[in-house]
Write a new protein. Structure first.
Ligand SMILES: [Zn+2]
Length: 303
């Protein structure tokens, strides 16, 4: 499979969910093997959408470099991943992406308007060599080896509007566009005061967030299980920080951006360690040491 980018530049304007500020984002074609690269303003330095660039992963995934920051990149990242777009330049005139309708659907529509084009370079999918995980009882995420990419997710919440929602999905472009991209972000009305006091959710409204009241949502649902679908969407966007397609089955329970990011870092570390382990094995065939080194790595579950 070849890498893909957009055919032409397109842009979208809207309010940032957390900052409440109006921002404009422009997506342009990116060269092969460049990945997804953000810039703040016309002259901003490139901020690659990569684990090394993540500066915060609470409530939203934020990347930054030398003081420049871009918050809430996950829905745009999910749109690119769901449509198989590998290389993209993203220019923002503020520090957060537009919340749009709280889902990835407006970004998907924008990218489809631009059109996609294949590039000279081939994709280099990541093969997951062994189980890798993060988190502990109640909240955890892991990825296990599999021939294709699959996500299984369990969301438990004692709130009657949510309850327990479970799904398992092998992503295809068609199901991404119709079943996952439109799933919106959600928040509890009771948390709004605290979030706003801490400078978050300033742009949140019934137009871009499912707001959950005492017993039900205030603005309806697009799917009966829209909450878990949005969790899967966020996960897809956060995994896209690895910059490559993944052959593996991700299994998660009540994870969020912070745990998703822990998994991304653990995968990156495991693949790096495996390369070093392979190099050592060639130099001196001692099998036990790399496995021990993996087992000692914090945050890395090996089975
Ligand atoms: Zn989200």
């Amino acid at each position: 499979m070849r890498q893909h980018t957009l055919r032409k530049a397109v842009s979208l304007e809207g309010v940032g969910l957390h900052s409440g500020k109006t921002v404009r984002v422009t997506l342009s074609p990116g060269p092969a093997d460049s990945g997804i690269v953000f810039r703040v303003g016309d002259d901003g330095e490139p901020i690659p959408a990569a684990p090394e660039s993540v500066v915060d992963s609470h409530y939203a995934t934020t990347i930054g470099k030398n003081g420049a920051r871009v918050q809430t990149i996950e829905h745009l990242m999910a749109a690119a991943a769901g449509l198989g777009i590998d290389n993209l330049e993203v220019r923002v005139d503020g520090s957060e992406l537009p919340a749009a309708d709280g889902s990835a659907k407006p970004f998907v529509q924008l990218m489809l308007t631009a059109g996609r084009t294949p590039q000279g370079a081939r994709q280099r999918p990541i093969r997951i060599p062994h189980a890798i995980g993060a988190g502990s009882s109640g909240r955890w995420i892991q990825i296990v080896p599999a021939d294709t990419f699959r996500i299984s997710y369990t969301l438990d919440n004692e709130h009657p509007a949510i309850g327990t929602q479970v799904l398992s999905w092998t992503p295809t472009e068609e199901s991404f566009i119709t079943d996952y991209a439109p799933a919106r972000t959600y928040g509890f009305l009771k948390d709004l005061g605290f979030l706003r006091k801490s400078g978050r959710a300033l742009g949140g409204s019934l137009d871009n967030t499912i707001v959950i009241g005492k017993s039900a949502t205030l603005n309806g649902l697009r799917y009966r299980d829209e909450f878990v679908r949005h969790k899967v969407l966020d996960l897809l966007g956060d995994l896209a920080l690895l910059g490559r397609r993944i052959g593996g089955h991700v299994i998660a329970r009540n994870a969020g951006h912070a745990l998703n990011f822990e998994l991304v870092v653990a995968v990156q570390r495991a693949l790096g360690l495996d390369r070093r382990a392979a190099a050592r094995a060639v130099a001196a065939p001692v099998a036990a040491e790399p496995a021990e080194a993996l087992a000692r790595t914090p945050g890395l579950a090996v089975s």
